[in-house]
Design a protein around this ligand. Structure first.
Ligand code: ZN
Length: 269
């Protein structure tokens, strides 16, 4: 792993989390195939022609946003060394692949761009129901962000507060489901908003199926008590909203139940 603000390493962290259920399923398959097998996880955008055996699952992978499959340890080692080439390959992590994993666990190599990491996955079917519930929440977060995109793009184009020279940006987008009671904290409990504006925001959210609001970072952090969220999500929130973004981009915090996601969205010309 590189420094914590390496964008590819962050994507990789996200993949590990989002693909958790699929990784356990692949680990169960790999364990059944034998001790020479492990699991490969990558961003489907990265699948390269030298890996023709992976292209079969590409369409499905592009839909879910990750590619995961059982792969031999020898192939994982090779994939890891190829991927790590331009950056310094994480030799220690790759050497770990060749050590026998603990009973019930399987080696996994994750790769995004030139960043790689190895982890152990427990091939434990009992974890699947919980992980599947988490995956459903992730899908809902994706859906909300997709619905929010047109409004985010419009705001990035039209609202001068959305794009400033300040880094990290002191304004960010909050995205919520229209049924989320947390909307009240941003709409109703805001004396600075006129009754007219409040009504418009609520009506717009219902119509679009998503609530999108540009708010100061400090307000968002104050109105989203961290204990409402999964600890790993709050850690990510606090890390990422203080990171710089490319010009013409803003942070988006998408929230659903006890999950949240922080995304960098760039203005499309
Ligand atoms: Zn990295």
């Amino acid at each position: 792993m590189h420094t914590h603000d390496c964008r590819s390493c962050q994507t990789l962290q996200d993949l590990f989390q989002r693909a958790a259920a699929a990784c356990v399923r692949a680990a169960i398959e790999a364990r059944d195939l034998g001790p020479d097998w492990g699991v490969f996880l990558c961003d489907p955008e990265d699948l390269v022609p030298e890996e023709p055996d992976r292209l079969e699952g590409l369409r499905a992978a592009l839909l879910v946003g990750y590619y995961v499959a059982p792969v031999t340890i020898a192939a994982l080692d090779r994939l890891g060394r190829n991927r790590g080439e331009r950056a310094a390959p994480d030799v220690v992590a790759l050497d770990r692949l060749n050590m026998a994993p603990p009973e019930g666990s399987v080696h996994m190599l994750g790769a995004v761009r030139d960043c790689i990491a190895t982890v152990l996955v427990e091939a434990d079917p009992q974890r699947l129901p919980e992980l599947d519930r988490e995956a459903a929440l992730d899908q809902r977060l994706d859906e909300l962000l997709r619905l929010a995109q047109p409004l985010i793009q419009r705001t990035l184009r039209e609202d001068p507060r959305a794009l400033t020279e300040d880094q990290p940006p002191d304004m960010l987008f909050i995205v919520l489901a229209p049924s989320d009671p947390r909307i009240d904290r941003f709409v109703m409990n805001c004396p600075e908003r006129s009754a007219e504006e409040r009504d418009r925001l609520v009506a717009e959210a219902r119509e679009l199926g998503v609530y999108v609001d540009l708010q100061p970072r400090v307000t968002v952090l104050a109105k989203l008590p961290l204990e409402e969220f999964r600890p790993s999500d709050t850690t990510r929130l606090l890390e990422r909203v203080y990171q710089a973004v490319p010009p013409n981009a803003g942070h988006v915090v998408t929230v659903h139940e006890r999950r949240l996601e922080v995304t960098v969205v760039e203005r499309v010309a």
